[in-house]
Design a protein around this ligand. Structure first.
Ligand SMILES: NC(=O)c1ccc[n+]([C@@H]2O[C@H](COP(=O)([O-])OP(=O)(O)OC[C@H]3O[C@@H](n4cnc5c(N)ncnc54)[C@H](O)[C@@H]3O)[C@@H](O)[C@H]2O)c1
Length: 342
């Protein structure tokens, strides 16, 4: 049974680096436990956007590191993904799943846990709900990429796919000042609920794709954007294709855009760009990383009429940024967290 804590700091000290750590304490620190609601309560959409932007800059500058994601297949049910990262005085491992058949058993497709450890002692400091951390960082990166790559006068937002992560993309876009928007999902109810929450509208695929900024966050089984759908000056965030065989845009649509990604290795092997890269239609020199654009090392859109496409595959450094904030809120008693001693 996990007991709630109330701001007690479990023998923590603060080192000259400014990061709380247990190094001066002889006592083994308790592990802060944050469930789904606690993570969402700990990190606002606006804070998630700032932290995500900073994580991309730190990674681009080599201050935060991230070994490649490891896939562990569990055929025929699904796969596990291990996503490690180091930065900000912490190390993170996200152990997360994709089990598409779970829905038939009333279980979520995506589940898992984030473990946050102290980078100076190796001691585990927090366990967090992985879907909540993922939703916040996925929504946040859509906003970060839009600010960097969309036209400065872009306002309207089309959301294609209004599930867990689509909803957080919409919330983060609204928190970044975009909207109103159009929510489209074959499940009318989820689209309607999200539109009502944000004061946006529901619409069909064409209405969503007519917006200044389009965010696609579907399971990636079907193409939802073709070359004929693209409008001059538009920006697209492609977020649903985060594994091999998934795609939300046709090869022609990908080829017609100025291309950006979160990280080339992931995007070229398991992202929206993978199909075009595999077919020899897109090469690395055509794709700029978001971190390089944010840091001013590479250009964003070439002009007001260009169509820009950002391929988000989801990075462990994004999870790290959110997990640190959520951990600190739990440790300091700003949200209700549990505590666990192993
Ligand atoms: N890039 C990233 O960082 C990142 C992060 C999390 C999830 N994902 C991926 O995003 C996708 C969605 O994840 P989720 O957790 O929100 O899933 P979800 O099941 O909660 O939501 C998916 C939604 O898409 C809708 N949908 C299905 N086909 C559609 C279509 N053709 N047009 C419009 N909507 C459609 C479904 O009705 C559902 O509401 C998955 O592929 C997941 O792997 C990517």
């Amino acid at each position: 049974m996990i007991q709630p804590i109330s701001g007690r700091q479990s023998g923590l000290c603060v080192r000259r680096c400014g990061t709380a750590c247990p190094i001066a304490s002889r006592r083994v620190p308790d592990i802060t436990v944050l469930d789904h609601q606690a993570v969402l309560a700990a990190v606002s959409a606006a804070a998630a956007i700032d932290a995500t932007r900073q994580a991309f800059l730190c990674h681009h500058r080599g201050e935060w590191t991230m070994p490649p994601k490891v896939y562990v297949q569990s055929p025929p049910f699904g796969d596990f993904r291990a996503m490690p990262a180091l930065g900000g005085g912490f190390a993170l491992l996200k152990w997360v799943t994709s089990f598409p058949g779970n829905v038939a058993h009333g279980l979520p497709t995506v589940n898992g846990v984030v473990c946050l450890s102290d980078a100076y002692t190796g001691m585990p400091r927090a366990l967090l709900d992985a879907p909540a951390v993922t939703a916040l960082r996925t929504g946040a990166v859509a906003a970060v990429a839009s600010v960097a790559l969309a036209r400065s006068d872009a306002r309207s937002v089309g959301i294609v796919g209004c599930g867990l992560n689509g909803a957080w993309v919409a919330r983060c876009m609204a928190a970044a000042g975009y909207g109103p928007g159009v929510c489209f999902d074959p499940r009318d109810k989820v689209a309607g609920k999200l539109a009502t929450e944000l004061g946006w509208q529901t619409g069909d695929r064409a209405a969503a794709l007519a917006c200044d900024i389009v965010c696609c966050i579907t399971p990636g089984k079907d193409v939802v954007v073709d070359a004929g759908d693209l409008r001059p000056g538009q920006h697209l965030n492609m977020l649903g294709a985060d594994g091999s065989g998934k795609a939300e845009a046709s090869l022609e649509a990908v080829q017609a855009c100025e291309l950006f990604c979160d990280e080339w290795e992931q995007a070229s092997h398991g992202g929206e760009l993978a199909g075009a890269v595999g077919a020899g239609l897109v090469t690395r020199d055509r794709v700029a990383s978001l971190g390089a654009v944010l840091d001013g090392d590479l250009d964003g859109r070439s002009g007001p009429e260009a169509v820009t496409m950002f391929d988000s595959t989801g990075l462990a450094i994004q999870d790290l940024a959110i997990a640190i904030m959520a951990f600190e809120a739990g440790r300091d008693g700003r949200v209700k967290a549990g505590e666990l001693r192993l």
